[in-house]
Design a protein around this ligand. Structure first.
Ligand code: BGC
Length: 777
């Protein structure tokens, strides 16, 4: 049983009592954001205990000079860092002569609550000072999902047994740093600031790349709803502006400071306009007032939940887990800006620096495809289209043709610097092509292929065609020296997954070529010309497809993860002593590499992506062989195994694997929540339910569902948006009910049979279980 950090509640994440030793874990869990900005669950008032202060602005990063032990040609010059930006939540508080510092001040009844239904962070507690004076505090903050540049805080105090003199210090502090800075450097320079009574602004710019961020604040103080004019002093320091305001708070009366914040950047405005824009936005927020801003924000959250909620009955812990995942995904990426993407930590921490990994295409896309309007997923694809030239440069830098997308990026440039990943984990190229296929298959937006998709497919194909080598003795094409998704093997030859996806990429490109030739002839001519694509080149691609080499274990009839995998000593995870897990924290790297243990879905990733190609028996054989050897030390792993387990009828196993993803961060399962949340694997949790338990697939333009229900649940439901049809799928112990909430009559498959669903109609079908009966070993 894992330690329980928070209380089980279906809509709230609740910390009861202060936990100074685990504060970073709670700060990560309590993060809020709105796609434009976000911050960890840091405190407004002073806190001298352990804390990772983090406020992050989407798309604002720093190219921190690479630091490696042994430089290798081809390494990127820098590692992009998600940048800790101006701390705008700060409100110093002094009650009478005592400064409130929750690491030192005596605190009673402390609660930190993340409300997921309406998207805000609430803290309540009572301060007891050295003279026994008690003051109740309630702090609420949100980053508006209606007005993305706006955040607001209400900070209320109520002296319970005394009259108090209270001094608030609302401030903006740009003197912040990243803990993961490679050379201990600070990344921000001050550009401009101003401070007056009740307001201030601070413009900072990054030392490199010239990102300008302007933060403006405005505040007022109300007592029992009457505005107070206190005694005010302005403070101006380097990279800092603030006010102190002193007011008298009578026993039993509530005094509230409302702090409004606006954050604008030169990503959205010319540099010389960001200050005015910020001031205009903060005035707008101030004039609207906290309650109205909050009402609009919480209504927007309610609407978002209408589209994307998953309801689980009979298991409140699972309910809380899935809502936490959906909430964090919606906080991280809103799809409003095609220049943005989904960082593995979102706005919750510094780790993983760069923003975009293959995680987006392989995992996150599915969530946005099914829960948001089509344009959102399309923007994720266009992001990569816009980086195509950089991906071509990246391939050239490594002496290759075509385009090699980066493993980690902010702006299209590679910024990962471990040779086995930067140079070798090339399967990411196929994930980007696969996302195009996945998107078009789901939405039927074939225009995308003509407009953007084909160019990406051709350039990634060119890379593959150059990266393979022909082995005349075997009359086969090989891909040598790669790292597959399983990062516990480096520099292997013929990773089955990589070879399979490379050939698939080439094949899909040829199919799209034929399609465009027939359906979009003018655009086709234009593209062939632009890309200079010749028949000779595509004939070569066909030859590679026909003669790709796939390692295979004949005696077991399973795909071999890579050449030589079977030379290893075959063991299972059960053979590893418990105190040696996770192996990545306990074993030397060479020992990990020599072992048969698998970090994350590799062959299984291929079975999931190219699901239609393989029959159930094949999936079962491969699952039975690989699952016992998989340590799931990437958060991206259990969900894929869970989906395949569900498909082959291993319902209990599917649920067991699901549990490993669902509360990963809430229960600090991998002992690393303090760094930030695993945002991208949260999409995997959603996939485990919808693709796994719900069995959702798209086959030949048709939506297909095969739901079952885990034993621990009484009923669950999810919603999907598919080609204009908004469907609610409700599964209980005996039946599955599908309700069309929006959309006209259409045909779908349930347990592989055709059903017609009318406008506003519904269908009820008895649950069917997968009939194949091989035991889980
Ligand atoms: C995984 C990668 C993933 C990265 C970021 C690593 O641990 O092995 O597949 O892209 O984390 O989430």
């Amino acid at each position: 049983m894992n330690k329980q950090y928070t209380k089980i509640d279906e809509w709230n994440i609740i910390e009861e009592g202060l936990h100074p030793d685990d504060n970073r874990i709670y700060e990560s869990i309590m993060s809020i954001g709105n796609g434009h900005m976000g911050m960890r669950g840091n405190f407004e008032e002073d806190y001298s205990g352990d804390s990772l202060q983090g406020t992050y602005i989407a798309g604002v990063y720093y190219p921190d000079k690479t630091r490696v032990g042994w430089w290798k040609n081809g390494y990127p010059e820098y590692f992009a860092k998600v940048l800790n930006a101006t701390n705008f939540i700060g409100i110093g508080v002094m009650i009478d002569d005592e400064v409130i510092d929750l690491a030192k001040t005596k605190v009673e009844d402390f609660k930190r609550i993340l409300n997921m239904k309406h998207g805000y962070l609430l803290r309540t507690f009572t301060i007891v000072d050295s003279k026994g004076r008690k003051t109740k505090v309630e702090v609420k903050r949100f980053t508006s999902i209606k007005d993305l540049e706006v955040a607001a805080i209400s900070y209320s105090i109520t002296p319970l047994n005394h009259d108090a003199s209270v001094t608030f210090t609302p401030y903006l502090d740009g003197d912040v740093s990243n803990e993961d800075s490679n050379y201990g450097e600070k990344f921000w320079l001050e550009v401009d600031k101003s401070v007056d009574k009740y307001e201030g602004h601070l413009t900072m710019k990054t030392k490199k790349l010239d990102f300008h961020v302007c933060t403006a604040m405005k505040y007022n103080v109300l007592q029992d709803n009457i505005e107070l004019k206190g005694q005010i002093e302005s403070i101006e320091k380097e990279k800092y502006v603030g006010n102190t305001i002193t007011v008298t708070a009578k026993k039993g009366s509530t005094t509230t400071l409302y702090k409004y914040i606006a954050v604008t950047t030169n990503r959205d405005y010319p540099v010389n306009e960001i200050k005015n824009a910020s001031i205009e936005r903060v005035n707008y927020a101030y004039d609207k007032g906290f309650d109205k801003l909050f009402e609009e924000h919480s209504n927007a959250w309610e609407e978002r939940w209408l589209e994307s909620d998953i309801i689980i009955e009979g298991d409140p812990s699972a309910q809380q887990g899935i809502r936490f995942n959906i909430f964090q995904l919606n906080q991280t990426y809103t799809g409003h800006d095609p220049r943005l993407n989904i960082g593995p930590k979102g706005f919750t921490g510094e780790k993983y620096g760069g923003s975009t990994y293959w995680d987006t295409e392989a995992y996150c896309l599915n969530f946005y495809l099914s829960t948001r309007e089509q344009n959102i997923a399309r923007n994720l694809l266009i992001y990569r289209y816009n980086h195509l030239e950089k991906a071509k440069e990246n391939a050239r830098k490594l002496g290759m043709k075509g385009a090699l997308y980066p493993m980690v990026t902010m702006n299209g440039e590679e910024c990962h610097n471990e040779w086995e990943i930067t140079f070798e984990e090339i399967h990411r190229n196929a994930a980007i092509s696969y996302a195009i296929y996945n998107y078009v298959r789901y939405t039927d937006d074939k225009d995308y292929l003509a407009e953007y998709g084909f160019e990406v497919l051709v350039e990634t194909s060119r890379y593959w065609a150059d990266r393979v080598n022909y082995n005349p003795f075997k009359d086969k094409y090989m891909i040598l020296g790669v790292t597959g998704p399983n990062e516990y093997e480096n520099n292997v030859n013929n990773n089955w997954y990589t070879n399979t996806m490379a050939a698939w990429n080439l094949d899909y490109t040829l199919k799209v070529k034929e399609f465009l030739k027939n359906e979009y002839p003018d655009r086709y001519e234009e593209l062939i010309d632009k890309l200079n694509l010749t028949d000779k080149e595509t004939e070569k691609w066909q030859d590679i497809i026909d003669k790709m080499y796939y390692p295979y274990i004949e005696s077991l009839d399973v795909f071999e993860q890579q050449d030589g995998y079977m030379d290893k000593e075959m063991k299972t995870v059960d053979d590893i002593p418990k105190d040696e897990l996770p192996i990545n924290q306990n074993w030397s790297w060479d020992r990990i590499l020599r072992s048969c243990f698998i970090k994350q879905a590799d062959v299984l990733q291929g079975l999931y992506f190219l699901n239609d190609r393989y029959d159930l028996e094949t999936k079962k054989r491969n699952f039975d062989f690989y699952e016992p050897k998989t340590v799931h030390e990437s958060s991206l792993s259990p969900c894929v195994y869970s989906i395949i387990a569900a498909e082959i009828g291993y319902e209990d196993k599917a649920y067991e694997l699901y549990l490993r993803t669902a509360r990963l961060d809430l229960d600090n399962y991998n002992n690393d929540t303090d760094d930030g949340l695993h945002i991208t694997s949260m999409a995997g949790t959603w996939m485990s339910i919808v693709h796994g338990f719900g069995g959702m697939r798209i086959k030949n333009d048709t939506l297909s569902l095969s739901p079952f229900i885990p034993k621990a649940w009484a009923r669950y439901s999810f919603k999907i948006l598919f080609r204009g049809h908004l469907l609610k799928v409700i599964t209980d112990k005996d039946q599955v009910r599908i309700v069309q909430e929006k959309g006209d009559t259409f045909t779908l498959k349930i347990y592989d049979e055709d059903y017609t669903l009318n406008e506003n109609g519904e269908i009820t079908v008895d649950i069917q279980h997968q009939q194949i009966s091989l035991a889980v070993n």
